[in-house]
Design a protein around this ligand. Structure first.
Ligand code: EPS
Length: 381
């Protein structure tokens, strides 16, 4: 399974094209819309989310609630387009709302240098995290496939700025309903309140805030991915997918960087065998990944998001045209989008996992995939 997106933040619409989806896969567009709504939520979001009510419209590849096996095309309208037609219309003569005071931390400067643009709007319209709505829609197709395989991908936010949950976090004991009900995706009400206060303080100071989220997946069979070639290694593919989410600066699996400080006996997960359950591990330091493959335990991926680069109290910059010092440009933006990024990362993780299921069990027909998966489960008991 592969996806590609198109669309500018204030253009007419976003588009996602997903290929390699097994024929017959049940696709619930309402579930995709719910994920789009989850991405829009979050304490600390800016004015744009009040304008948009993201919904996926299927243009191709789905018939009667099932994938045809042909490329799936999904589109999400930008309601804000109505306010930007003079600036963003593809027709000759459109323009204005130019940005030359490039923002530190955004794609503005390297994007202009790379492409020769002298208006950072040509860059930022695409580099905007608005594009991640299309990724969430694409990830919805992956989640549909994972549902048939008994896999559930979830996320929570563990840190916003200085407000953090106590470690270690028991992912098996997480109240998922509390995460979904929380506007910061944090199940601990006391920490969630401190997160909100941190966001309020950042907003008042013209600042922005980053944080940490965890994406985890249950129900995975062992042996997804591969040890034999670099391209098959699932941790490498997951790291690439999550790092591709705007503003992600760090990714770790399981105990991650903390494993560097402990001896081997405290780092690895002993192997036990239980009749009926098969191979089990009393611990999960590895985060469900060994040798570039799933090992059947919960997949645990943690990522760090930097603070959003658009600051109402701007940093020093240079005008891209005059090379004169200026304050960086200010645009409507979010103060904190960590809860949204967690939902986007769910989609990215789901896509990598769904692709790994297709690679191992077949991508032509969903019933063949299910039969191959059942046979595999039986063999490895
Ligand atoms: C976003 C939409 C954008 C921003 C934000 C995320 O909409 P607008 O630019 O119209 O306010 O709110 O984008 C960024 C943080 C960014 O760096 O570009 C969204 O839908 O997620």
């Amino acid at each position: 399974m592969r996806y590609e997106t198109a669309g500018e933040s204030h253009g007419r619409a976003l588009v996602a094209v997903i290929t390699g989806v097994p024929a017959g896969l049940p696709v619930d567009l309402d579930a995709i819309d719910e994920d789009l709504a989850r991405r829009q939520r979050g304490y600390g979001r800016g004015g744009r989310q009040a304008i948009e009510q993201d919904r996926a419209v299927a243009l191709a590849g789905i018939r009667g609630g099932r994938a045809l096996g042909s490329p799936i095309a999904l589109t999400i309208a930008n309601r804000d387009w109505e306010n930007w037609t003079d600036v963003m219309s593809p027709g000759a003569g459109a323009g204005g709302a130019e940005v030359t005071a490039v923002r530190p931390g955004h794609a503005d400067l390297p994007g202009c240098l790379k492409t020769g643009a002298t208006d950072a709007r040509d860059i930022l319209e695409r580099a905007s995290a608005r594009e991640t709505a299309a990724r969430v829609a694409a990830g919805g197709i992956a989640k549909a496939l994972l549902r048939t395989a008994g896999v559930r991908v979830r996320s929570l936010v563990t840190r916003i700025g200085a407000a953090s949950m106590a470690e270690p976090i028991d992912l098996g004991g997480i109240d998922h309903a509390a995460v979904e009900a929380s506007d910061v995706r944090c199940p601990d009400p006391e920490v969630a309140q401190r997160m909100r206060e941190a966001i309020d303080a950042a907003r008042a100071a013209g600042e922005s805030l980053g944080g940490v989220f965890v994406v985890h997946a249950e129900g995975l069979v062992p042996g997804l991915g591969g040890y034999a070639t670099a391209a098959e290694r699932l941790d490498a593919r997951l790291a690439a997918a999550i790092s591709s989410v705007p503003a992600i600066k760090g990714v770790e699996f399981g105990d991650g960087f903390a494993l560097a400080a402990v001896p081997g006996s405290a780092a690895h997960d002993e192997i036990l065998y239980e009749e009926g359950r098969g191979f089990v591990r009393p611990t999960n330091h590895a985060g469900g990944l060994e040798g570039g493959m799933t090992n059947g335990e919960r997949l645990v991926v943690r990522a760090a998001m930097k603070p959003i680069p658009t600051l109402m109290r701007p940093l020093r910059s240079v005008d891209i045209r005059t090379r004169e010092p200026v304050d960086a440009s200010r645009e409507r933006s979010d103060v904190c989008a960590v809860p949204a990024a967690a939902v986007v990362a769910e989609a990215e993780v789901a896509f990598v996992l769904a692709d790994a299921y297709c690679a191992k069990f077949g991508a032509d027909c969903v019933d063949d995939l299910s039969a191959a998966l059942a046979a595999y489960r039986e063999r490895i008991r």
